[in-house]
Design a protein. Structure first.
Length: 271
C-alpha cells in the first residue's frame, strides 16, 4: 500500500518533478567534484577545487569558501527539511526543536539564482524559487534503460546515493569525491562544521553495494587526507592538488550566524 501511495504521489506531482528531466546528459563526458560534509574538509583549501563544476549536498553551502568554487548544483534530500522545527527522538519519545538552519538555507537559495537546488518534493509547499528542482524517489524518466542505476537500487536513500546518481544522470564521466569520509580507510567521524579533528576508526564498507553498481556508470575517486579507500580508487589531497593539508578549526570555516544555527542541533558540537 505504501509503495502504491508513493507512485500516486509521483503521478500527481509529475508536472513539478519532471523539471529534473532537463538535466539528463547535460554534462555528458565532463568531470566534476562532489562535495560532502566530512571532517577531512577542514584540512583542504577549497580553492584547489575550482577548476571543475561542483555538486554538493547538505550543509556544504554554509562553508565560508563555498563561493570560491564553481558549485552549480546543491542537494537537500531530507523530507520536510524546510519546516521551522525538526523532530527529535529522546529515549524513544518524540520532541520538536527549532530549526534556524532552514532560514539560512533559504537565503542561500535566494542569493544564488545562477545555481540549481534539488530539494525533496515534500518541501514544495514550504520553499519556492525558480532555481529549485523538486525530486521524489527517483527521476521518473521513461527514457532511462532497464539497467540504469535507479532501476536496480534505491538511489534516493541518503544524500551520498542521490548526489552520485545525479552526477550519473547528468552524464558526468568521472568525479572526485571530497568530504565523503565514510568511504576512506581508515575514516574520521564528525563534520567540518563541528569542533575538533574528529575520531579515527578502521574502514567500514559503507554503501558497498551502491558503489559497486555506480562504478558501472561513472569513475569515482575518493579524495582523502592521508589514507585510501576500500570502496573505490583514491588519491590524497596533496597528490591531487600539490598542496600541503592545513588544518583549520570550524570557527574559521563557518560564519557566526551559521555557528549559532548549527549549534541548535543537539547532536553537533560547534563550540
Amino acid at each position: 500500500m505504501k509503495r502504491y501511495l508513493k507512485e500516486i504521489i509521483a503521478a500527481l506531482s509529475m508536472p513539478v518533478i519532471s523539471r529534473v528531466h532537463r538535466l539528463k546528459d547535460i554534462h555528458r563526458g565532463e568531470s566534476c567534484y562532489l562535495f560532502g560534509d566530512g571532517i577531512s574538509v577542514k584540512w583542504f583549501d577549497l580553492e584547489a577545487f575550482n577548476d571543475r563544476i561542483g555538486l554538493c549536498c547538505n550543509f556544504f553551502p554554509f562553508h565560508n569558501d563555498f563561493y570560491k568554487l564553481d558549485v552549480c548544483y546543491a542537494t537537500v534530500t531530507e523530507p520536510w527539511w524546510f519546516l521551522p522545527f525538526e523532530r527529535m527522538l529522546f529515549n524513544e519519545k518524540k520532541s520538536f526543536i527549532f530549526n534556524p538552519r532552514q532560514k539560512l538555507y533559504r537565503q542561500i537559495i535566494a542569493d544564488n539564482p545562477d545555481k540549481t537546488f534539488l530539494i525533496n518534493l515534500s518541501n514544495y509547499p514550504l520553499v519556492r524559487s525558480p532555481n529549485i528542482i523538486y525530486t521524489y524517489m527517483h527521476f521518473h524518466d521513461e527514457r532511462l534503460p532497464d539497467e540504469f542505476i535507479t532501476r536496480r537500487i534505491n538511489a534516493y536513500h541518503g544524500s551520498i546515493r542521490f548526489l552520485v546518481t545525479l552526477a550519473i544522470y547528468m552524464g558526468f564521466e568521472c568525479c572526485h569525491m571530497i568530504g565523503f569520509d565514510y568511504t576512506h580507510s581508515p575514516y574520521r567521524i564528525h563534520h567540518w562544521y563541528e569542533k575538533g579533528e574528529g575520531l579515527t576508526f578502521p574502514a567500514i564498507f559503507h554503501e558497498q553495494e551502491f558503489f559497486k553498481i555506480a562504478s558501472e556508470f561513472i569513475n569515482l575517486t575518493a579524495v582523502t587526507l592521508d589514507s585510501d579507500s576500500k570502496l573505490m580508487p583514491s588519491i590524497t589531497y596533496k597528490d591531487l592538488t600539490g598542496r600541503e593539508p592545513k588544518y583549520r578549526e570550524n570557527t574559521e570555516l563557518l560564519g557566526s550566524q551559521y555557528q549559532k544555527a548549527m549549534a541548535a542541533w543537539p547532536d553537533y558540537t560547534i563550540f
